[in-house]
Design a protein around this ligand. Structure first.
Ligand code: SAM
Length: 260
């Protein structure tokens, strides 16, 4: 008998065969690619991924589920089930040098941010990431400058990757049914950062400060970070105007400001 879904591990399993296929199709896996699946659960996606990929690592934290998966894939030399917390594994061990790996996962909502942060830190060895995340979170990640959802998360992700919402997924496609709808997002990792920076940490710190209080103007949010004169002349030069807010600035604008 299947164990009861564990809420504490964010277990909301995919329940429709057609949707599982649609998700894996969207990942455009080629037969020379290695895939790491985060949270395979009962294997809704794992078998479909394994049919297409050269090699599949599936990292599952739940011992019962990982044992079941091991049984299901016994004798399949193209699949390795790893019983581990994805956030604690040394990802480099599973990302072959010189080959770019795809990452796929219907992941638990409560660890979406740490998972994305971990993946972006390894962006040089990853080609694409495909994750199901909460719909609102997907919109924040993929937001363009000028949108109300555009914020520090959108900028952070955009520095490393090109984000896209592939499609939305209704909450009824999962069991147990979560309270909110989801989306499959893709992140195409940049081979080279889209902006040149003198100091990356300073750039991210500036973005965090700029969005600290969304209602305030950029000038106000950056009061303690940069001299007012510097911000004023930057806003004038870029044509953004003295009342500009952080959400109007592109990644290039933030880079120019941080490099000043
Ligand atoms: N992929 C399956 C599906 O779509 O039906 C399961 C998805 S379920 C939303 C998330 C899965 O991630 C669960 O199987 C859960 O046990 C596993 N999980 C939760 N936290 C994890 C972690 N830190 N590392 C690896 N797996 C984790």
């Amino acid at each position: 008998m299947l164990p009861k879904p564990k809420k504490s591990l964010g277990q909301n399993f995919l329940v429709g065969a057609n949707l599982n296929k649609k998700i894996v199709e969207a990942c455009r896996i080629k037969n020379d690619e290695t895939v790491i699946e985060i949270g395979p659960g009962k294997g809704a996606l794992t078998g479909l991924i394994a049919e297409k990929a050269k090699y599949t690592y599936a990292v599952e934290i739940d011992k019962e589920l990982s044992e079941r998966l091991c049984m299901n894939f016994i004798g399949n030399t193209k699949v390795k089930i790893i019983l581990a917390d994805f956030l604690n594994i040394d990802l480099n061990r599973y990302l072959p040098c010189g080959v770019k790996t795809k990452i796929i996962g219907n992941i638990p909502y409560y660890i979406t941010t740490p998972i994305i942060e971990k993946l972006l830190k390894h962006s040089e060895r990853i080609s694409w990431v495909y994750l199901t995340v909460q719909k609102e979170y997907a919109r924040r990640i993929c937001a363009e400058p000028g949108c109300k959802e555009y914020g520090s998360l959108s900028c952070f992700v955009r520095y490393y990757a090109k984000p896209k919402i592939e499609f939305y997924i209704k909450s009824g496609s999962f069991y147990p049914k979560p309270k909110v709808d989801s989306a499959l997002i893709s992140l195409q990792m940049h081979s080279k950062p889209p902006v040149e920076l003198k100091d990356r940490e300073r750039f991210f710190a500036l973005i965090r400060s700029a969005f600290a209080q969304k209602r305030k103007t950029l000038k106000n949010n950056l009061k303690s970070v940069l001299p007012q004169q510097t911000i004023c002349s930057f806003l004038e030069k870029t044509g953004l105007g003295p009342k500009a807010r952080a959400e109007e600035l592109s990644l290039q604008n933030f880079a120019d400001l941080a490099n000043l």
